[in-house]
Design a protein around this ligand. Structure first.
Ligand code: GLA
Ligand code: GLA
Length: 650
């Protein structure tokens, strides 16, 4: 991983604070107010120009940089650094109408119109040419501008356009497949085209998995996901290579979306392409704040444990959920500081000043519609002061935990594919259930991409590791042989990298390690649940487990349902299997037992476990109150409800 570079700036280290700044939405007179209020709030950096293409290049090849020069100069005079966008996220009307061949096409063959944003095909050569020309013009104009500290490629690549089924995509998919398989024989074997008369006899017959009469070929779908992630990664690389050519001293990033159900981009594979990892995160009412912590933790894992940049989150409500709740007092600071706890060295929002017009006018900003005389702006200013006081944290890597949860985008894709034993499995939710169980027990855990090194970890949980290529199975087996403890769950170890089932009984390559064999799955109906002899309840899934090794310990057995009397949770010499969805409450006793076997203990006093979340960066301990009630800390001080304290190691 490259990632050694941070912002191009001199001066003492600090945590950066700021927002997307869209001055073009406001009359020039407001800009002076903006920079004054930014100084009041402690803003150190803004992201500029994300949606400025139409104003920067009002007609093909005609640039108007005057207003951006003015904004850059104004920010610099006020000591505010700029993360400058390449402005290519939303093509201008002249491009979309003059070149409709850049517009994406969905699986039904419907061409998406302009008028929103991100209406471009990742593989359109026409779009690429225009985007790179603008990127170069910006790089050449601002290369030496003292405000410029980083480049922000596009914006949230793939937020709306990751899966494009156009003819451009078809051509690019074919060439991607030629690179991957080289021969049609290899492709036919990988795609299992003997099934349903799908044998391909010419590359030209290959299409994206457009809407079909029945389930499209599963490996074609999987490869299309891989290809689609790679196509956007190629766009990132293309803009990056222009930027590196013109401004080799300015780091390049792009904002990932490690959050919620966003899954189209394999960020584990993208992380090495940026000089530092950036992420956007928005809290959603259902999954709640453990999901925020999980996402921040995983982002830290993608960054290899080093600091990363929180490019966007919200000061309060967003506009794009069915119902958009304002944050409660304390949540703004707690959300921000939770990201800092897991390695963010920059805390930024979308956006600086809440818009008066446009699709996001009900999305909060650092300055709300009510103006600076508002509780929200006071909370923003308080947070700025707090981050200013935490400057010594800057650059501190996180301190690894002794337990880890592995996260794998390909298993996510494969688990939730169609035509499976159950359509109800939710890969990320199972991982999040385990994460919450760790938090409830007060035990720190790192969320890591599946390829991360596991040295130093005593216990590793790999939830629904459905796709298990042979090399990964060997690595995990080696981890256990070296004394590590591995936990995996239902529907893990089922297919190889081509989505072909490992034969001979499930879970193929993990059978010997676990000492068990499964002949048939037992998915549960929505209203079904099964009981276990440890008092827990399982939903969603069961397995018909046969124990095949004498030293398997059955940690819990089914007491109802089709598997009554059979093992539900097993352990064998450091390898454990959980065959049903237990949820955070049901996982607690199981995880407690597994942690004890692995010798992993909580670093919190018993009274704080569950109520307080602990994260550690170097010499700093973050104590985050997960509840709305105050908690008394062991030194007698009070951690307010929804509060965070950061304690330097004594
Ligand atoms: C994304 C985008 C921003 C804005 C926010 C709103 O993160 O990058 O431009 O639309 O969502 O939450
Ligand atoms: C039908 C079809 C078969 C097979 C089965 C699956 O009967 O004719 O090819 O798809 O459904 O249930």
């Amino acid at each position: 991983m490259e990632q050694s570079r941070w912002l191009r700036r001199t001066g003492p280290a600090r945590l950066e604070y700021g927002a997307d700044y869209n001055p073009e939405q406001w009359p020039r007179a407001v800009w002076d107010d903006d920079v004054r209020a930014m100084r009041t709030a402690g803003v150190t950096i803004v992201t500029l120009g994300v949606f400025s293409w139409a104003l920067l290049e009002p007609a093909e090849g005609q640039y108007d940089f005057g207003w951006l020069d003015d904004a850059m100069d104004l920010l610099h005079r006020n000591g505010i650094a700029v993360d400058l966008a390449t402005a290519t996220a939303s093509p201008p009307p002249w491009l979309a109408t003059g070149h409709p061949e850049i517009l994406p096409v969905d699986a039904d063959g419907v061409t998406l119109g302009p008028g929103g944003r991100q209406h471009w095909r990742p593989t359109s050569p026409v779009f690429r040419t225009h985007a790179l020309r603008l990127t170069r013009a910006l790089a050449e104009r601002y290369r030496d501008h003292p405000a410029l500290v980083a480049w922000h490629v596009s914006n949230e690549l793939g937020c709306h356009n990751v899966h494009d089924y156009s003819d451009d995509a078809a051509a690019a998919f074919r060439s991607w497949l030629r690179t991957r398989y080289e021969t049609l024989d290899a492709l036919n074997a990988a795609w299992g085209t003997a099934f349903w008369s799908q044998h391909i006899s010419d590359w030209a017959q290959i299409l994206p998995p457009r809407r079909a009469a029945s389930f499209p070929n599963p490996t074609q779908q999987l490869d299309f996901r891989r290809f689609s992630s790679d196509a956007l990664k190629e766009h990132l690389r293309a803009e990056r290579s222009v930027l590196r050519e013109v401004t080799p001293d300015v780091p390049v990033t792009t904002n990932f979306m490690v959050m919620g159900d966003t899954r189209g981009m394999n960020y584990a594979d993208w992380a090495a392409e940026v000089d530092f990892v950036s992420n956007d995160h928005y809290v959603q009412p259902g999954p709640g704040r453990d999901e925020l912590s999980f996402s921040a933790n995983l982002t830290g894992g993608l960054a290899g444990g080093r600091p990363w940049f929180l490019m966007e989150h919200s000061t309060s409500a967003v506009n794009w959920q069915p119902v958009n709740r304002a944050k409660r007092p304390g949540e703004l600071a707690r959300d921000s500081l939770t990201h800092v706890a897991y390695g963010a060295d920059a805390v930024c929002f979308f956006q600086w000043r809440q818009s008066a017009a446009g699709a996001e006018k009900y999305h909060s900003g650092m300055i709300p519609h009510a103006g600076e005389d508002s509780a929200l702006f006071r909370a923003v200013t308080d947070l700025g002061r707090r981050l200013g006081d935490l400057a010594t944290l800057a650059g501190t890597p996180r301190t690894p935990a002794r337990a880890a949860i592995l996260f794998d985008w390909e298993s996510w894709w494969a688990t939730e594919a169609d035509s499976h034993p159950s359509s109800r499995l939710r890969y990320r939710q199972e991982a999040l259930d385990w994460y919450t169980a760790f938090l409830n027990l007060g035990v720190r855990v790192d969320v890591l991409p599946v390829a991360a090194a596991l040295d130093g970890y005593a216990l590793v949980v790999a939830p629904i590791l459905h796709m298990l290529p042979g090399a990964l199975a060997t690595r995990l087996t080696g981890f256990v042989a070296a004394g590590g403890h591995l936990v995996t769950t239902y529907f893990s170890g089922i297919v190889d990298e081509n989505d072909h089932v490992w034969l001979g009984g499930y879970p193929g390559p993990l059978r010997d390690l676990l000492g068990l064999r499964i002949e048939e799955f037992g998915p549960l109906l929505d209203d079904e649940a099964v009981t276990l002899d440890n008092g827990a309840t399982g939903t969603l899934w069961t397995d018909r487990i046969d124990v095949t090794a004498p030293d398997v310990e059955v940690l819990a057995r089914y007491t109802s349902g089709d598997q009554a009397g059979r093992p539900a949770v097993t352990w064998r010499r450091g390898a454990s299997y959980v065959s049903t969805r237990l949820g955070p409450a049901g996982l607690a006793p199981v995880l407690g037992d597994l942690l004890a076997r692995a010798g992993v203990t909580s670093e919190l006093p018993p009274g704080l476990r569950g109520r307080v979340e602990l994260a550690v960066r170097g010499g700093y301990r973050f104590l985050i109150n997960r509840t709305a009630s105050p908690v008394e800390l062991d030194d007698g001080t009070e951690l307010p409800g929804t509060g965070v304290v950061i304690v330097a190691a004594r």
